[in-house]
Design a binder for this molecule. Sequence first.
Ligand code: NAP
Length: 330
Amino acid sequence: MKAIQIVNEDGPDSALALVELPEPEPSHMLTPGSGVLVEVHVAGVSFPELLQSRGQYQMKPPLPYVPGSEVGGVVISAPAEASVKPGDRVAAFCALGGWAETTVAPEYFTFALPDELDFAQGAALVLNYHTAYFCLKTRGRLAAGETVLVHGAAGGVGTASLQVAKGLGARTIATVSTEEKRKVAEDAGADKVVMIRDGWKDQVIELSGGGVDMVLDPVGGDRFLDSLRSLAEDGRLVVVGFTGGSIPEVKVNRLLLKNTEVIGAGWGAYVMGKPDLNRQIGAAIGEMMEAGIVRPVIGQRFPLQEAAQALHTLDQRLAVGKVVLDVRSP
Ligand SMILES: NC(=O)c1ccc[n+]([C@@H]2O[C@H](COP(=O)([O-])OP(=O)(O)OC[C@H]3O[C@@H](n4cnc5c(N)ncnc54)[C@H](OP(=O)(O)O)[C@@H]3O)[C@@H](O)[C@H]2O)c1
């Protein structure tokens, strides 16, 4: 089968190689001896792969390896206890190995894909939408009627969070950096969109009537302090990532003075060994799909062999929605 491997850690331009590999066995590292074999049609591209191409990601498999954490495709074989069967269209989270014509995923990370969603949307479903649900609900305790500020709102996690927040009955305010991204956030269902330039904090406080109940922050960096200042009493800032490039620090007296919280939310590390939690989150997202609320926004598409271009899109802050690789002709 055709696959992309990471062969060194010198960055997108030289780290990736298109190779021929044997088909994988139906056994996944998280479920040794068992796994769902998937014929991959579309693979998702995410920040971790950009970091992996530079050796900067926390998970460091020995070189060379096939990256790619999630796919949309068709089941080739599945263990008896799986909820999917051969021939089913699925969205699957494989953690690694997705940038290939065939991959293998744990049964509890493989979800039936309804007819309304295409394979690209399937490749955009698990990582971002499960992360969004985990951050907003499991960790952040978002309740119906609350208001949440979503940073990086036109990105993969951002668009997913806008939709999941809506599914949870919350009101959303999105921040974005360009007019093109404003349109993406609006299309993803943001109630209000604010440009991330001088004065965004005051606009957010005004739009929310005195402060938001939650900030969902995949960006970090220098907007962190103003995010804390945007919180209402009892507000929660959920730390999701650091695309802004720097890891902010907080003087905890700010939390005391305003009765607010900063909450860390790392989906992968938390859910990997918890099959039931994944099934629960999958069921909640499934209901939102059925209700027409969850509709992954697909951004730039590249053929598998142009994976380096796809990584540059993320690196240059150009991604809108989910960037994907067409592994087979669409
Ligand atoms: N905690 C978890 O469990 C978890 C799970 C999945 C992903 N993540 C993390 O979440 C973050 C977002 O992932 P994603 O897939 O949504 O990425 P993405 O699609 O590239 O979106 C990231 C957004 O960050 C904003 N941004 C601000 N400064 C940036 C910069 N210097 N470079 C690039 N983007 C910048 C951009 O929005 P504007 O231009 O509009 O500001 C961009 O749309 C990543 O750090 C990822 O590792 C965390």
